[in-house]
Design a binder for this molecule. Structure first.
Ligand code: SF4
Length: 115
């Protein structure tokens, strides 16, 4: 089986954003990394093109994205001070949206790095 090799891939796992990673992938899975630290290697190698999860969950049950957005909006509307949390594995654009959401909802924002 031939592998697809990607040069200069960017790792967004921890925030250092290393951009010199070399990835070797088959059709569904990254099978080898070069220049990534152990965290980055684990992050890349556990991402696949397989669909392992539904698009959304509500109370642990598969749901449509539209229904999940409605449910999330209702939770945010009912909350007194929602915490927008996580964000370590997302793009700058998504982080910007999360900050806007926290401001709009009157909430607070934090990342896993506070641990
Ligand atoms: S390779 Fe390691 S240090 Fe670089 S961004 Fe990924 S997790 Fe962070």
């Amino acid at each position: 089986m031939s592998l697809n090799i990607v040069q200069h891939a960017t790792c967004t796992f921890c925030g250092c954003v290393c951009d010199d990673i070399e990835l070797h992938a088959d059709h569904e899975r990254i099978v080898k990394t070069k220049h990534a630290c152990s965290l980055g290697e684990a992050w890349f190698r556990n991402h696949t093109a397989e669909r392992l999860y539904p698009d959304a969950l509500i109370d642990g049950q598969p749901a449509t994205t539209d229904a999940a957005i409605e449910a999330a909006a209702e939770f945010l509307y009912q909350a007194h001070m929602p915490l927008i949390y996580g964000l370590s594995n997302i793009t700058c654009e998504a982080q910007r949206e999360a900050v806007s959401l926290a401001e709009l909802a009157g909430g607070v924002i934090d990342s896993h790095t506070s641990l």
